[in-house]
Write a protein that binds this ligand. Structure first.
Ligand SMILES: [Zn+2]
Length: 199
């Protein structure tokens, strides 16, 4: 019976595939139960993943997530696996909904500036991630929404509201925005033929 044979072959192959899965470049490796630097519980999960990003090359993605729900500590970063590229700077003008899909690799050492809107600063608490332009605008929007909610001054509140409006319109492709991304370590990129790369 050929059907049974195929089933048997599949069954035999399954454990072998699972065992070799660890060496596959796309399979994340996980370590759980590490000490969390924030809550001091052994609830930290570490993840490391290797990824091939078109027009960027091989990259490592790391993350730390505390599984203690009361803590929720999160840290993530991305690093190019290629030879050190040195400082990079990208400039991009967006003007359409299509631009929202442009891929962005942003490491924790990168600064993202949106002209007349604001910036995402690097530093100790900054995270690295792979996202797209929409993801960057969403993060910026959440930051400005917090500023709006915390603002005690009416003028500051109004300013924040106008920036939120601007970002929303940009996401709909109805507002032009200029975005720059700078990374002294070369672990970041805006991946689009529209992006202008400088030093
Ligand atoms: Zn924790």
């Amino acid at each position: 019976m050929p059907a049974k044979k195929i089933k048997d072959v599949k069954k035999a192959e399954a454990p072998a595939k699972a065992a070799s899965g660890k060496e596959s470049p796309d399979e994340p490796s996980m370590i759980r139960g590490e000490l969390c630097p924030f809550c001091n519980q052994k609830t930290l999960a570490l993840m490391e993943k290797e990824m091939e990003i078109p027009y960027f090359g091989k990259a490592y993605i790391f993350s730390m997530d505390c599984e203690n729900q009361e803590c929720g500590y999160h840290k993530a970063d991305v690093e190019s696996a290629e030879e050190s590229k040195g400082p990079v700077k990208y400039t991009l003008e967006i003007d359409s909904e299509e631009d929202m899909k442009i891929r962005v690799v942003k490491s924790s050492s990168a600064t993202v500036k949106i002209l007349h809107v604001g910036s995402i600063e690097p530093g100790e608490t900054a995270n690295g991630y792979i996202t797209n332009i929409e993801g960057i605008l969403q993060r910026m929007k959440r930051m400005v929404e917090k500023l709006r909610d915390d603002a005690e001054d009416d003028a500051d509140k109004k300013k924040a509201k106008n920036i939120i409006k601007k970002l929303t319109r940009a996401m709909w492709g109805q507002e032009k925005l200029k975005i720059t991304l700078e990374d002294p370590n070369g672990n970041s990129a805006i991946i689009s033929p529209k992006a202008v790369k400088g030093k």
